[in-house]
Design a protein around this ligand. Structure first.
Ligand code: CMP
Length: 139
């Protein structure tokens, strides 16, 4: 079933000029990039985005990292896009990520892990709505 998921190309990746290489892996997987914008996240946006992790010990570090350099926010569309993109990204910790995944190819550590992808269809809708108007998504 056709779905949408939300993706972020994170600061460690934009800083190393990896946007195009990551987009190539996404497109080769069959997912379509139906909206994309390069932004500098504000502290408030990053805090809201990662609100579920507010009590975690790495929360402050995570927010600081996400505002340290530009990011690319994206909407990806395709068959089972949420689960499919999680496969394409690989495990959160790049040391555990499968060969050929974005995190195995490019991530530096569990924090500097190059990409974010929604973990459910419901969260995808919430995350997409934080950064995109429906009119800016061209499927
Ligand atoms: P993401 O999919 O963006 O969702 C939450 C993020 O928290 C996760 O990717 C990691 O980048 C980050 N994260 C998870 N565990 C740790 C950790 N132990 N230290 C720092 N960052 C972490």
């Amino acid at each position: 079933m056709t779905e949408r998921t939300f993706s972020i190309i994170k600061p460690d990746a934009t800083k190393r000029n990896l946007t195009g290489k990551i987009n190539a892996v996404i497109e080769e997987s069959g997912l379509r990039i139906v909206a994309q914008r390069r932004i500098r996240m504000t502290q408030e946006e990053a805090e809201d985005f990662y609100d579920v992790h507010r009590e975690r010990p790495f929360y402050g570090e995570l927010v600081e990292f996400m505002i340290s350099e530009p990011v690319v926010v994206q909407v990806l569309q395709g068959d089972n896009a949420v689960a499919r993109y999680r496969e394409v990204m690989g495990a959160t910790n790049p040391a555990q990520a499968a060969d050929g995944t974005i995190r195995k190819l490019f991530a530096l550590s569990v924090g500097e892990n190059s990409v974010h992808g929604s973990d459910s269809v419901d969260n995808a809708k919430i995350e997409i709505a934080q950064f995109f108007d429906e009119a800016d998504i061209v499927g």
